[in-house]
Ligand binder design. Structure first.
Ligand code: BDR
Ligand code: CA
Length: 310
């Protein structure tokens, strides 16, 4: 089965790895990339997406620059020590590439064109997704599925003690999405297990299309994780998980609950669900456990074009 994917993202290293996965996956057709602020500025994330497409020889794919700031009105901080100075490790793309850069209303055309076949994947702050949903409510009602990387449930956050970075970065938009749109969520609980170990990294760096790009992209990220999280066997590539569970849902187990997002005070960005034994089933499907070994196997299979699963 082919999955037609419109990808919202903020590349950033793991977003860039997810774009490469979407390009390589035999069961995914990437129909557009919506780029926003997040790991880097909106302008840089747009350039970075265009850079990856150019390496792949896929510059015809539409790139849609979208949100430049959070509705929570936070000043964004960037993390050059994690993502590199321009968000792609040691790569600094100098200018934008002749590509297919299009306006925001292209999202509506894509929704209409692909209709019930379209899956939306969100890998960054949810500002652009919330805006599109607010504007194109009727078109969204036809979308097949929405997958999101975000949230942390009953575990420490990665941006604050209680908040995951994507939800923290625009808690207002996250709250809006979780209130009104049915989604499948890959929270930190499962994405932190998408760890690429040195042998896998070595194989990825000899990839025929992306090998040298992956090597340069991962250099800063690997170093950061070695220094700050030496207990891990490698860096987590959070943003590949929604794509992999879309194609192979049996990689994860799920709980279905409504999600509340804290939008003010110390706990801003915290995602809250009611998991008491008698609590009602809700509209968000949350990946709860993941088969780490199979996840990484699916990832490698897809990157090297011999995926045969789900
Ligand atoms: C998420 O935050 C971003 O920095 C990463 O790209 C990923 O989408 C992980 O919390
Ligand atoms: Ca991201």
């Amino acid at each position: 089965m082919k999955h037609y994917v419109l990808l919202f993202c903020d590349p950033g290293i793991d977003d860039a790895m997810a774009i490469m996965l979407a390009i390589m996956h035999p069961q995914i057709e990437l129909v557009g990339i919506v780029t926003s602020y997040g790991n880097v500025t909106k302008n840089q994330s747009t350039i970075n997406a265009e850079y990856i497409l150019k390496v792949a020889g896929m510059s015809h794919i539409p790139v849609i620059p979208a949100a430049f700031r959070s509705f929570s009105a936070f000043e964004e901080v960037s993390y050059p020590e994690i993502h590199g100075v321009a968000g792609l490790g040691s790569i600094v793309p100098e200018h934008h590439f002749p590509g297919n850069r299009l306006g925001f209303d292209t999202i509506r055309s894509i929704l209409t064109t692909y209709n019930r076949q379209l899956t939306i994947i969100e890998l960054g702050r949810m500002t652009a997704l919330a805006s599109a949903f607010n504007l194109y409510e009727n078109e969204f009602s036809q979308v097949k599925n929405v997958f999101i990387m975000g949230g942390a449930f009953f575990i420490p956050g990665n941006r604050t003690p209680v908040a995951e970075a994507n939800v923290y970065g625009d808690s207002v938009s996250a709250r809006f999405i979780f209130r009104f749109l049915q989604t499948t969520i890959a929270p930190l609980n499962v994405t932190s297990q998408a760890i690429i170990t040195p042998p896998l990294i070595q194989r990825l760096t000899s990839h025929p299309t992306f090998g040298s790009t992956i090597q340069a992209i991962l250099s800063v990220y690997i170093k950061y994780y070695q220094e700050k999280h030496p207990q891990l066997s490698g860096p987590p590539i959070h943003d590949i998980v929604p794509l992999l569970i879309m194609v192979n849902p049996s990689l994860a187990t799920y709980v279905s609950r409504n999600i509340e997002v804290i939008t003010m005070g110390e706990a801003t960005g915290m995602t809250v669900i009611d998991l008491r034994p008698d609590s009602p089933i809700g509209q968000q499907k949350i990946a709860w456990t993941i088969n780490q070994k199979q996840l990484l196997q699916d990832y490698e299979n897809a990157m090297f074009g011999f995926y045969a699963g789900g």
